[in-house]
Structures are given as structure tokens and as C-alpha cells.
Ligand binder design. Sequence first.
Ligand code: UT7
Length: 322
Amino acid sequence: MNYARIAGTGSYLPEKVLTNADLEKMIDTTAEWVVERTGVEERHIAAPGETTCDLSEQAARRALAAAGVEPTDIDLIVLGTTTPDHVFPSVATQLQHRLGCYGGPAFDVQAVCTGFVYALDIANRFIQTGAVRRALVVGADTFTRIINWQDRGTCILFGDGAGAVVLEAASEPGIIDSRLGADGRYKELLWVPAGVSSGYEQTRENAAFVEMRGSEVFKVAVTTLKEIAEQILAANHLTVTDLNWLIPHQANRRILSATAKRLGLPEERMVDCVRTHGNTSAASVPLALDVAVRDGRIQRGDTLLLEGFGGGFTWGAVLLKY
Ligand code: UT7
């Protein structure tokens, strides 16, 4: 069996920044409430006309440059998103076209905030079987496009962005283990009621926007992020002390803190970009990974645990040596 390793990372955030002071002018909230309850101080918002594919392309080009490979070296593109440019074709095929690396499989994965972790797991399996040698794995969302800017329970949390990694075949890990899960019974805690098959017409007001029962999502998120970390570590005869870095889905500062506390992990060993990114859905994990690689916190040889949690619910964990 082959292993897969991360050869390079990249990310991109749109230029426009929306601060909590800006939100104070839009909804009934205070900057203090938002920081205290979420940890978010600002988030990036895609410009009008700037799409998920645009963000993905920037992140992908940076990951390719970091890995020192050409687009034509890529055999597979797997892209996690919930906010594709079009109903079809997929963002992945359009990204392939932008990069000019034609012929290999390219597809999107829809697992909401777990999208990148699902995509990474899938690409890893393609490499393990020998089907491909090099994959581009992207998590990208323009999630603010499906946000109701009148809903103070959701609009404070989310931002836009993209992150990417180049994954390549290696003789040793790389990715040590990877586990995914889902439980569809939780659909209505976090969802967009409108859709292609059920109808875009507004059957009720704001059906095309994210609806979330925040405090209920919060509880399941904390429990799940703790459990999946413990499961994957135990299955690989490791403990929290073996981890150099935990990179959880950047949902809410309090979720990150509660997860670290329950795991007994010092918060200094958790990558936290919530303050400046907000929740960027599928982009959150690869964005945080790239930030910590580029600022030198994450070093080659470090043991990392990446964790996703999102609508569905979906979840996943990837344990790897960077
Ligand atoms: O990415 C997928 C995963 N998503 C998440 O993990 C999100 C998880 N949930 C959360 O992050 C939090 O639940 C929120 C930040 C969304 C909300 O925080 P909370 O502490 O759970 O607040 P709550 O929903 O229980 O609401 C408490 C109070 C309510 O007022 P009353 O009913 O007690 O009078 C809300 O109306 O806070 C009020 N509230 C606000 N007040 C000021 C809700 N949003 C705001 C706001 N500004 N923006």
C-alpha cells in the first residue's frame, strides 16, 4: 500500500473585511457580545462576482507553488464545498480548467463544514490504492452568500475563504489514519431548506438561507470533536500528548476551547484562526493549516490532527505526520 503526504499548502481570503463594528450597524448586536460568545472579531467577504472557484484557484496556485509542482502534475482534484458557482458543473472541473490540468477525475464533495476533511480522506484513498500519484485537495466556500444578514444568530459567525493542499504518494506516512462519519437525523439543526430538487421557490420566508439552532449544534459539536479525536488517537496507540497540533473546524472560539479542555490538550497546541476568519465552512481547516505552516508553527515531522464537523451532521478526523 502507498502512503500519502502533504507536499504543500495554500490558502486565500477575499480582500473585504467585515468587522463586528460593521455588524453593529446592520443588526441588533454588540461587538462585545460577538467576541464573548464566538471569539470572532472579523471575517472576510467575497466581492460581488467573486466565486468559490475564484477563491479555490488562488489557494490551489499557492499550494502548488509550495509543493514545487506544476498543475500538469496533478492527477486528481477533490474539492469540498457547499456553495458551488453553479448547480453543475462542479467547481472541481472548473478549477481543473483554470489550472489547465485536463483528463484526471475532478469532483466536488458536499459535507458542509467537514467538506475538506471528507475530500482529504477520499484523495488519500485514491493515492493508497495507487490509482493516482498526486492530488489537489481543496476546501472552499462563499458561505456568506447563503447567510441571512438579518439573522443575528448566524450572520455573526461566517466568512468566506479557501484552503488547499497538494497530496502526493510517499513511501511512509504522511496520513496515518482517517475516519469519517455522519448522522442525518440532525438535518434541521443546521440547514438551508430550499434546494434544487425540493424547489428554489421560497416556500417560506428566507428558505434559501442557512438556519441554525446554535446552542444545540454547539453541544453536539463539542461532544463529537472530543470523541473522534479520542477514537482516532486510541486506534493508533497515541495519546493527546503525542500531538504537536490540533486543527479543529474553526466554528466558534468557545467550541475550540471546550474541545481542548475535554481532551486535556493545552490551547497553545491548537491552531485557532476564529478571531480573524470566522467560520469559513469547508475552508476552515485547510486555511488554519496553511496559516500555521506559513508562520512556522507547524514544522515538517510534526504530528497533526485535523478535525471537521458540519451540517448533516457530518464529521471526520485525519491524523498525519506533516
Ligand atoms: O460550522 C458548523 C457548526 N456551527 C457551530 O458550531 C455553531 C455553534 N453555535 C454557536 O456558535 C452559538 O450557539 C452561537 C454563537 C450561534 C449563539 O451563542 P449562544 O451562546 O448559543 O446563544 P443562544 O443562541 O443560546 O442565545 C442566547 C441569547 C438569546 O437571547 P435570549 O433569548 O436569551 O433573550 C439570543 O437572542 O443571545 C441572543 N443572541 C444575540 N444577542 C446579541 C443571539 N445572537 C445574538 C447576537 N447579538 N448576535
